[in-house]
Design a protein around this ligand. Structure first.
Ligand code: PLP
Length: 469
């Protein structure tokens, strides 16, 4: 190109304005996008439309710093929000979160951007990390699940879902042509993994308890004998808290020609992964058995202000998945890139305070309180079920959605559940039960509407509907 003309004869526009590399756009405020088209309105199918209650982000006024108005406004919003959180925390029963914890000692760390990006065992060049806590926590879980330090690999995840995504991915890397088997009551993240990884996935039937039906598992295995099996085993299903019989799953595999080099088991212990080891009669989750990985949520039974989880697998499996990343000076074998470096410190703090013995006591308390709840529901003539290894009490769905929302119950079809976590006391259960019993009188008083029959969900023994009582 010579003097503004291109070699092929075309002209280029000569920039008269001097190029200023620090110049920014004149108006940074983007226009609000509006549409008159009613068809574009967001249709809310489940839950509530948060757009009706959202807290709009507003531009600061030029004199805000001087007047302090904006700071005062934000402080009042936060104070109100804190009050709501306190109230909502008091009235929560439906989700498996232990809301009872005190991490005041860790407030001093809020000023740091702690990030464990990369492999927990290979320090990256980013120095503001908490790997020393992370590996300490992983060692604790490795001991719980009986695998030697030199033989495991793991990391602190963002949640139980990430543990499932990772465990199933490891399974697929070990057996690229493997078929994923999961009971129909598995968490939705398992089926999401199958879609994400485009894996063939076979749903296995369940018993009325919610446990995997190994007779059906056998039929499905035999129909796909030529392909290795990747199995998701539930250590506590989401809705009924059912614990799959790990030993029977392994036995079914072995008896049907699947040797240890032709299957991979991921144990989804998101819910009860930390409870089962302390229950005497529970099938033992241990790496002494031919399992490939175990994951658990950190914010559930442990209790943590942010979602997190733990994933442990065998070191021998992880190489297939890892890549060295020069930019990190570490290795990439996790699902996410940046990783929350605060979460391992919270877990480390609680594990230190409670120890294995402390958790065992809490498990005992939860199981006892869950039995209390089921007993009182039955005594009040309300259909209910409690799996023997579980603290999830399933019962008839309350008629009134306002009541469901007030107690933050999780519902599916005609059933609802309460997950008895360490923060759920007998007093709280009594308050809930008294209110439920009183409300039911008004819901069903004229006899026109009847409590639902939930025998199909929980079996006829636990069902107290007009037909089964
Ligand atoms: C059995 C099971 N697996 C996985 C998950 C997902 O865990 P998270 O919510 O921590 O992603 C849940 C959540 O409740 C669960 O119940």
């Amino acid at each position: 190109m010579v003097d503004g003309s291109l070699e092929n004869g075309g002209e280029v526009e000569i920039l008269l304005e001097k190029f200023d590399p620090t110049a920014v756009v004149a108006e940074p405020l983007p226009p609000v996008v509006t549409s008159n088209d009613k068809a574009n309105d967001r249709e809310i199918v489940l839950g509530r439309n948060v757009h009706t209650t959202c807290l709009t982000v507003t531009e600061p006024d030029v004199d805000d710093e001087f007047t302090g108005d904006k700071d005062a406004y934000m402080a009042s919003v936060l104070a109100r929000y804190r009050k709501t959180l306190l109230e909502r925390t008091k009235c929560h029963l439906g989700y498996p979160y232990n809301l009872d914890f005190d991490y005041g000692a860790l407030a001093q760390l809020q000023h740091f951007s702690i990030n464990n990006l990369g492999d927990p065992f290979i320090e990256s060049n980013y120095g503001v990390h908490s790997r020393q806590f992370e590996v300490g926590v992983l060692d604790w879980f490795a001991r719980l699940w009986e695998i030697e330090r030199s033989e495991y690999w793991g990391y602190i995840t963002n949640c139980g879902t990430e543990g499932n995504l990772h465990g199933i991915l490891v399974g697929r890397e070990v057996f690229p042509d493997g078929i994923l088997y999961a009971s129909q009551e598995s968490h939705y993240s398992v089926f999401k993994a199958a879609r994400m990884y485009r894996m063939e996935c076979v749903k296995v039937g369940t018993l009325v308890s919610g446990e995997i039906d190994c007779a059906d598992f056998k039929v499905k295995l035999l129909a796909n004998k030529d392909k290795p099996a990747i199995i998701n085993v539930n250590i506590g299903t989401t809705v009924k808290g059912a614990v799959d019989d790990l030993d029977l799953v392994i036995q079914t595999l072995e008896e049907n020609g699947f040797n240890h080099d032709r299957f991979y088991i991921h144990c989804d212990g998101a819910l009860f992964g930390l409870m089962m080891p302390f229950v005497k009669r529970a099938p033992k989750v241990t790496f002494k058995k031919p399992i490939g990985s175990v994951s658990v949520s950190g914010h559930k039974f442990v209790g943590c202000p942010m979602p997190c989880g733990v994933q442990i697998t065998r070191l021998e499996h992880i190489n297939a998945l890892s890549r060295n990343v020069e930019y990190l000076a570490s290795r990439d074998a996790t699902i996410m890139g940046s990783r929350n470096g605060h979460a391992p410190i919270f877990l480390w703090y609680t594990l230190n305070k409670k120890g294995y013995k402390g958790f065992q006591k809490e498990v005992q308390k939860c199981l006892r309180n869950a039995h209390y709840l089921k007993g009182r529901l039955h005594a009040a003539g309300i259909s209910a079920m409690l799996n023997e290894l579980s603290s999830t009490v399933v019962f008839e769905r309350p008629l009134d959605e306002e009541f469901v929302r007030r107690w933050q119950l999780a519902c599916q079809g005609n059933i609802a559940h309460v997950v008895v976590m360490p923060n759920v006391t007998i007093e709280k259960l009594d308050d809930f039960l008294n209110e439920l019993v009183e409300k039911r009188l008004s819901w069903y008083q004229d006899g026109e509407v009847k409590p639902p029959c939930i025998a199909a969900d929980i079996g006829s023994e636990g069902c107290h509907c007009t037909l089964h009582k």
